[in-house]
Every structure is written in C-alpha cells, then in structure tokens.
Design a protein around this ligand. Structure first.
Ligand code: UD1
Ligand code: MG
Length: 490
C-alpha cells in the first residue's frame, strides 16, 4: 500500500491568458527572476507537500519543459480543454488518487503571494478542521474578480463571479484571491456535483464553497495580510505593475538587511540574487539571475549583472556582465563588457571599453583601456596596454593565449593565438605576436620607421598639410638663422 499523501499542492496553469497577446503562455512570463509559475511554486514550496500537480493546457509542452527545469518533482497534468477551474482541479486530483488530508489550490498567475501567507492559510484551515478555506482580500478595485458573499452572521455564503453577480454583490470589495485549502475527500465529493450553469458555461471551483456550505460542511475565509499579495496578472500593463511592486518589496528587504540602494526606483533586483552587507547599489542597476554582490562592493550606476559574482570590496561601474566572476577589490568599468567565464582575480582591473570572455585576469593584473580579451590566461600583475587584441579566432577554431606573471604588453598589440608570452616578458607597442616570447625577452615585430623628407610638398602640394609643413620649415630655418646671427654677434 502506498502511503497516503497528507498535503498536495495543485497549481492551475492551463489558461491561455488571452489578454497578454503573447506566443508565450501567461504563466511563463518572467517577473524579476522567476516566471509567474515559478513564483507560485516558490510560495508553495515551504509547505513541504508530498506532491505538486500543475495543470497544463495552453502551451503545455513549453510549460512542461519549464517545470522540468525549475521543479522536476512537480507532476504536470494535461487539461486538454479549459472547461473551468473546477474541471481543472478535478483532473488534477484524478492524477493523485492517494492524496489525503489537505490540498492547496493556487491560480498560476498570483506571483506576489508570500510563502508565509500560504502557510497561514493552511494552518488556519487545518486548525479549524474546515472542509474548504478561501484566501480573501479587500481590494480598492474588485473589477473582474469573484466576490466573497457573507451571510448576516459574517460567515461565507458563496463565492460569486463578477459576471454572475447581482449589482449588490458587485459592490462588495472583498474578493477571492484564487488560493484555497481543501479537505481532499470533501473536495472530490463536491467537484462531482459542479454544474456549468453560469455565464461562461464552465465548472467553477468557487462553486464548491456554496455546495459544501449547503451540505452543512464548515467553510472558512482567511484574510490576506496585504491585498497586494493576491494581485493576479491578466495583461502586460498589470504585469508591469506587479513588477514595480515586487521591485519595491525586494529592495526594501535588502535595505533592511544592510544594503545601500541609492535610487530604489531604478534598481531592479531579481528575487534569486544575493547582496551582502554594506554593498552599495547605485542608480539604474539591474541584478539578475544567480548574481551575488559581496560585502562592501559597489555596483552601478547604469550597470547590468546577470549570473555574475562580485566579491567583497570590488567595484563595477557603468558596465554589463554575464556569467562573470569579479574578485575581491577588483575594479571594472566604466563601460566594460564581461562575458561568460570572465574571471577577475583579486584587485584585477578591467577598465574602459574592454571586453573579456572566457579568460582569467590574474591578481593585480590590469587591462585598463580599449581591449578585447578572449580565451586568455593573464598572469598576476601583468599589464595589458591600450588597444591590445587577443586574436582568438581563426575563422574556424578558437585558440588560447597565455600571458605570464608581470608581463608588459605594449599598446596596440595583437596577440595571435595560440601564443604564449613568458613571465616578465615585454612586448613592444604595435606588435603582432604570432610566436611564443620567452620569459624576460622583448617581443617586437615592428617594421623600422623611415621618414621620406619632402614627401608632402611633392605629393600633396596645395593642401593645408603642405602649407603647414612649409610654414614649419621656414620657422625652423628662421630660428636657425637667428641662432647663427646671435652666435656671430657674441
Ligand atoms: C478566478 C476565480 C475568481 C477569482 C480569480 C482570482 C473561478 C471560477 N474564479 O477567476 O473567483 O477572483 O480567479 O484571480 O475560479 N485555469 C485552468 N483551467 C481552466 C481555467 C482556468 O487551469 O479551465 C487556470 C488559469 O490558467 C489561471 C487560473 O486557473 O491560472 C484562474 O483562471 P482564470 O480564468 O484567470 O480565472 P478568473 O476568471 O481570473
Ligand atoms: Mg484570472
């Protein structure tokens, strides 16, 4: 005999979300680090449910694919036709015949829901021994939502959809958030009795409350501490509004934890990011994905970090980084681009208009200006002059360059990989290096300089250059004539 599940979570995610006008199913739209569905799953995760069932329909393959990434234990169940929220839950429960105890049902489009609120709903429900408990909230604008209808004694009578409501019911501002706890056995029983006798001709999950109450079962309302948590998302305007609300919540959390956020309205931090104490986040900054900002580091202004680690005391100014690691007290920018596997060791410097990809920049090494560093290992304390290009790509394959410790690469050098510059070696400015340079040697590939006298007068006569050269020649001659006269007068 399999053990009965004592808690099951069902997430309803089969709807199309027509008003999003998107090829992407609504629940897969991103919101500060997770999809809408990902946020809902995260809010339910601390319940420690034995089983999570996600009802999929529109874009089922995409939603299944996403689930496999973010919550591989969750079980997708297909609702081929969207015949209503009651129908969706019925299908979900058919997939978990062993479920017993409590089932928590959550609409897939309420991303601001907090884990604490779901936990409090379940605790209230189980503590009261209720057959069904709905999460409710007083909202400023209840348009489009189901209303909580209470009897004279204040007890839940029924939940009425706006389109089926009387004018008096529509005036109610207490709404159904679309989040519920049920006793599974009594829910199964009631779902079997749902009708489609309503404006949409659908099986409404919300009708379960009236049915249970009429059967004398205890049904309850649990009020959300903050109605913002219950906000759903129907179009992209609402999605943007939720994004702002979540931004404020996340920023407030970090500021209370000891992080300075200089302009919270222009700072967007994914819920998946970690920021340590005394970090300073300057304006117009986005921290995304698995980004970690260490203690006392400064990031911004005008910086985007995606899946990037910035160690303690480092600084990143007006830059863009993806999948990079910035070591302790290293400095980046302004205007740097760090690409995947760019790894900067302690106190390394990557300066202005420098792009780094799949390369290690050693401790205290400097790449201050206008360079491309690709597929390279740069030793500690090496200095890479302005406009150095690590020529890593031959059109077919990528090759590595190694620059040894404390090597000095002069400006405007091409290091044509595969090539190695030894420890302490120098490269003369303007060289194109194709062969290894031994430690301590000077590598130089420049052609000797020539000056062809009088070339401009002959080949560019009549130009401003020719006139300037002539004036300079006369001035030089005049000066040497005067100097000669002065000597004669001695
Ligand atoms: C639902 C509630 C309403 C509540 C509101 C909160 C019902 C009948 N009404 O209305 O009282 O105030 O949520 O946002 O439940 N879904 C399926 N399969 C279906 C239909 C829907 O999986 O056949 C999913 C949707 O993808 C969505 C969720 O269920 O995630 C809610 O469906 P939606 O159509 O948005 O219901 P509302 O009309 O908003
Ligand atoms: Mg809805």
């Amino acid at each position: 005999m399999p053990q009965p599940h004592l808690r099951t979570v069902v997430v309803l995610a089969a709807g199309e979300g027509k008003r999003m006008k998107s090829a992407l199913p609504k629940v897969l739209h991103p919101l500060l680090g997770r999809t809408l569905l990902g946020h809902v799953l995260a809010a339910a995760a601390p319940l420690g449910a034995d089983r999570t069932v996600v009802v999929v329909g529109h874009g089922a393959d995409q939603v299944r694919g996403h689930l496999a990434e973010v919550d591989p234990d969750a079980v997708p169940v297909l609702q081929a036709r969207q015949l209503g929220t009651g129908h969706a839950v019925r299908i979900a429960l058919d997939a978990v015949p062993e479920a017993a105890g409590t089932v928590v049902v959550i609409n897939g489009d309420v991303p601001l829901l907090r884990p604490e609120t779901v936990a409090a709903l379940v605790e209230a429900h189980e503590g009261a021994g209720a057959a069904a408990t709905v999460l409710a909230a007083e909202v400023p604008d209840p348009t489009g939502l189901g209303r909580i209808v209470r009897d004279a004694g204040g007890r839940l009578e029924q939940i009425v959809e706006e389109r089926d409501a009387t004018p008096e019911q529509r005036a109610l501002r207490e709404i159904n958030a679309g989040i519920y706890a049920f006793d599974v056995a009594r829910l199964r029983d009631a779902l079997g009795k749902l009708s489609t006798d309503n404006d949409q001709g659908e099986e409404y999950l919300t009708d379960v409350f009236g049915l249970l109450r009429d059967a004398g079962e205890p049904v309850a309302v649990h009020c959300a501490p903050d109605h913002v948590e219950t906000l759903g998302c129907n179009d992209r305007v609402e999605l943007a509004a939720l994004r702002r609300l979540l931004r404020d919540r996340v920023n407030e959390g970090w500021m209370r934890a000891g992080v300075s956020i200089l302009d919270p309205h222009t700072t967007w931090i994914d819920v998946t990011v970690t920021v340590e104490r005394d970090a300073v986040i300057d304006q117009n900054t986005q921290l995304q994905g698995a980004t970690v900002v260490g203690a006392g580091a400064t990031v911004g202004p005008d910086t985007t970090l995606i899946d990037t680690t910035v160690a303690e005391g480092a600084s990143v100014v007006r830059s863009h980084a993806v999948g990079a690691e910035v070591g302790p007290r290293a400095t980046v920018g302004p205007f740097a681009y760090l690409r995947p596997a760019a790894k900067l060791a302690e106190k390394a410097k990557v300066g202005t208009f420098v792009e780094v990809k799949n390369s290690e920049v050693g401790a205290g090494a400097k790449v201050p200006h206008l360079s491309y560093v690709g597929d390279a290992t740069i030793g500690a304390k090496a200095n890479i002059g302005a406009a150095t290009i690590f020529v890593n790509y031959d059109g077919v394959n990528k090759h590595r360059t190694v620059v040894g410790e404390a090597a000095f690469v002069g400006c405007d050098t091409s290091l044509i990989a595969p090539v190695e510059v030894g420890a302490g070696a120098y490269i003369a400015a303007g060289s194109a290096i194709t062969q290894d340079v031994p430690p301590g040697a000077l590598g130089v590939t420049r052609a000797p300089q020539r000056a062809i006298e009088g070339w401009v007068a002959r080949k560019r006569a009549g130009t401003a250059s020719a006139a300037a050269a002539e004036a300079a020649r006369q001035a030089r001659e005049g000066a040497s004539g005067e100097a000669g006269a002065a000597r004669e007068g001695d």
